[in-house]
Write a new protein. Structure first.
Length: 249
């Protein structure tokens, strides 16, 4: 029996007002009901053998069975090769949108006859390559000078450059990269210290990385809270079952 539109709208409103924990409990309850109905349907139809495809059982519990009909892949899928497919519009081959440095290589001798009498440049072959530079991390000493005002006698001090936080040893962009690698890239603090040594020959303690992660977590907390308040008000919200845990807790 189909429910009236007013009843469905009321139930929808009630679901949208549920907290995250209540939504999880609701989904788990519905999943249990679905599994019970699937088992009853299998018994009624004589197919009571459950597999990972018909229940929540892991694939490792499935018995090795020969399918009734062999699965035949479409001819197009069988001939498909790894990488970009025909008609796919590439991106990297168009360049990176910028050139940081240009190196010019000119011939000095004819490889055919050995003569050094060469003409002016008649053609240029260009190729853009993204490379890892020798020192991707540089250590800069910023000196903030102070002066005395000749009018009022006050001592004034220069402002630190953009991206530099007084009292912190790592720049803002380097801190952001470390937090991204630690939380999204799942690198441990120990591996991050090794990375900093390999890239920049700098020693950074685990305690510094922990404090950096905590500072960034505090900085983004207002945005995260605003997102939590916004999400329940939306009619459709995508849920990712993957659990990601930050190092800083």
């Amino acid at each position: 029996m189909k429910k009236p539109a007013a009843t469905r709208q009321k139930e929808k409103t009630q679901i949208e007002q549920l907290s995250q924990a209540e939504l999880v409990e609701l989904v788990l309850g519905l999943q249990k009901i679905i599994e019970e109905l699937q088992e009853k349907l299998a018994i009624a139809t004589g197919k009571n053998q459950t597999t990972s495809q018909t229940s929540s059982k892991p694939p490792s519990t499935d018995l090795l069975q020969k399918p009734e009909k062999p699965t035949v892949k479409p001819e197009a899928d069988q001939k498909k090769k790894p990488g970009g497919q025909p008609g796919h519009q590439g991106k990297t081959r168009k360049g990176f949108g910028r050139v940081d440095r240009t190196e010019i290589s000119s011939p000095s001798i004819c490889q055919n006859c050995g003569s050094q009498e060469l003409s002016e440049v008649i053609n240029i072959h260009r190729q853009q390559v993204a490379s890892l530079v020798a020192k991707p991390i540089e250590v800069v000493e910023y000196q903030t000078q102070s002066c005395k005002c000749l009018e009022c006698g006050a001592v004034v001090r220069g402002e630190p450059p953009l991206g530099i936080v007084p009292g912190q040893d790592l720049s803002v962009n380097l801190q952001a990269l470390l937090v991204w690698l630690g939380n999204y890239g799942h690198l441990s603090y120990e591996k991050l210290t090794e990375l900093l040594w390999e890239l920049g020959r700098i020693e950074v303690g685990v305690g510094t990385l922990q404090k950096t992660n905590q500072r960034v977590a505090t900085a983004v907390k207002p945005a995260i809270n605003a997102l939590w308040e916004w999400a329940p008000l939306q009619s459709n919200v995508h849920v990712d079952e993957t659990l990601r845990v930050c190092h800083g807790g």
